[in-house]
Design a protein around this ligand. Structure first.
Ligand SMILES: *[C@@H]1O[C@H](CO)[C@@H](O)[C@H](O)[C@H]1NC(C)=O
Ligand SMILES: *[C@@H]1O[C@H](CO)[C@@H](O)[C@H](O)[C@H]1NC(C)=O
Length: 300
């Protein structure tokens, strides 16, 4: 009887040890050293300052806007869960008209570029005959010729929602970096992304490479991401990772969570591959250079 108990105890200890080792090796394997924002947290706002890189020196400087203070902010208080749900419906609606053959689809709200198969189509370009019927309905951009169907994609309400969200994010960035919101301008691209676990087919699907936004897009000074899905509820993988020297620091997506950061090399980052489910987000970036500003996407 006693021996049996002992054997059970030893067996139990071994199982725990094995589990611990497995957990330890998994924890090490994903290379994550710190979580800046857990999915389960509701952050009123967290700001982490990092020293600015020299990337801004090779661009024209706009005093009172170009980063002197660099860093990262995360907030769950800028956009409500309900706003996130509504803007996600807009993303779903737009992206449902296309979709990359690979796992990453985008819809650029400024240019109207939408992933379809291995290419992009322009959602905003008019197709079909010009004429009175066209004129009468010309308030609706995004009428898109698909087969024989002409569809109205976005409504004025959808664009209004985008503008509200953009404005709130702009204010949050200005506040965090101690600059005036009016010195920031929306810049391109600004887009919805939908990522699932399907393997990449073209370079456009390869979202997971480490990069610096200011190197990729020279106009960016401040980048923001608004998450529209929940990590581990809607998808697995897909965490945002700041790749610092000696540390990988993650932001776990949460619908309504805004993550923003200065766009230079001080914020080298990547997104983990999504391993299941679907991850929705919207990218909104700002420039200090009025020459690179774009108007809000709108009905034209
Ligand atoms: C991922 O999305 C693409 C469309 O972009 C679709 O064809 C594919 O079936 C999806 N994969 C999964 C695993 O849902
Ligand atoms: C950070 O992650 C990368 C893989 O993305 C890994 O090669 C590197 O060792 C990690 N760094 C640390 C400090 O864990």
């Amino acid at each position: 009887m006693r021996r049996k108990w002992l054997r059970a105890a030893v067996l139990g200890a071994c199982t725990s040890l094995a589990a611990l080792l497995l957990w330890g090796s998994l924890g090490g394997e994903d290379g994550i050293t710190e979580v800046l924002a857990f999915r389960s947290e509701v952050l009123p706002g967290r700001f982490i300052e990092v020293p600015c890189s020299e990337d801004y020196d090779s661009h024209r400087r706009f005093e009172g806007c170009s980063p002197r203070k660099c860093g990262r902010g995360i907030s769950d208080a800028v956009i409500t869960r309900d706003e996130a749900r509504r803007i996600r419906s807009v993303a779903e609606k737009g992206l449902s008209l296309g979709g990359s053959d690979g796992g990453a689809s985008i819809l650029d709200l400024h240019s109207g570029a939408l992933s379809v198969g291995k290419h992009f189509v322009n959602l905003y370009r008019y197709h079909g005959k010009s004429g009175s019927k066209m004129m009468r309905t010309s308030w609706a951009v995004g009428r898109w010729y698909f087969g024989d169907k002409i569809q109205t994609v976005f409504s004025e309400e959808d664009f209004q929602l985008y503008r509200d969200v953009r404005q709130k994010v702009q204010l949050a960035i200005a506040q965090a970096f101690g600059i005036s919101a009016s010195s920031l301008y929306l810049t391109k691209p600004t887009f919805f992304s939908r990522i699932n676990s399907t393997a990449a087919r073209t370079a456009h699907d390869e979202y997971w490479h480490a990069h610096v936004d200011k190197v990729t897009y020279g106009s960016f000074d401040y980048t923001s991401l608004l998450y529209l899905s929940d990590y581990l509820d809607d998808f697995g993988g897909g965490r945002f990772v700041f790749m610092d020297e000696g540390a990988n620091r993650t932001v776990e997506p949460r619908a309504g969570r805004v993550s923003f950061f200065t766009s230079g090399s001080e914020n080298l980052h990547r997104v983990e591959k999504v391993c299941w489910g679907t991850r929705y987000a919207i990218t909104i970036a700002f420039t200090c250079n009025p020459d690179h500003s774009i108007a809000d996407p709108a009905l034209t």
